[in-house]
Design a binder for this molecule. Sequence first.
Ligand code: GRG
Length: 294
Amino acid sequence: MDVHAYMAERTPLIDAAIEARFANAADLPERLRGAMRHLLFPGGKRLRPVFAIAAAEAVGAPSPAAMYAAMPIAVAVELIHTYSLIHDDLPCMDDDAIRRGRPTVHVAYDEATAVLAGDALLTEAFAALAENSAPASDAEAVLFSVRRLAEAAGAAGLVGGQVDDLSYSSTLSGPDASGAGTDHVRLASIHARKTAALFSAAVVGGAALAGASESERERLEAFAMDVGVAFQIADDLLDADSDEAASILRLQGTEDARLGAEGLLECALSRIEDLCERAEPLRELARYAVRRKK
Ligand code: GRG
């Protein structure tokens, strides 16, 4: 199957669903609206929303029903991903002026507006998920996806991963005196929380909203965590010149890192090998996320 065609078919529908969140929000301050939309349109690859939809299609009714069941979490994860990029670029964090080849939000607007736009996107994500999910999915699945998203975004997920990432560069050599483990262990934990947690909330949330069983959720969770970490390694390999603190490339050579990502991909695919042929797009997306060249 053609994974690019698969993504290209779904991306306009995801964009329209994100756009719809703004259509009904007439009373937003214009400056805030602009700052919230600045990185959303045009967006990035929309990988997390497409994963959410592919997971729903792997276990749910044939699309478009599965796709529409997963759309609320697809929108929510993209809003949270965008907030995290805006905050990550701030002068007090990575201090980057450019994102996706354009001035990032605090440069195009100002720092306070960028902080507030991120806050608004994070909050809006949960409104999007809670408001749009019923009645297409059952209440337990909606609550499950809200909880998984909160865990992925919160102190044990993105935020905790970012805190560890910020302190990582100062303690880079050998076993860590704090008892947190070797650099490899610490790095794996940062990748799991900073990158894989949101992937996993997208995949398992999308699947749950489309009616996944408990055992399907468990397998997809393990699949998505492995894919998320492998995706982060692939991102480090593509961005080998950056000074990202938590890069695997500081600890092992390029070839070892590539082999590590391939190993995680194989492991991820083995977790969902018994899912039916409708899981093929999900498998192809995983291969694409880990092996992409740009
Ligand atoms: C500020 C709470 C907080 C967290 C920031 C997301 C993040 C954590 C930092 C951004 C930099 C980074 C290396 C994140 C890891 C995840 C990653 C590889 C993001 C890029 O994802 P893509 O490639 O981006 O899906 P696009 O641009 O396609 O959306």
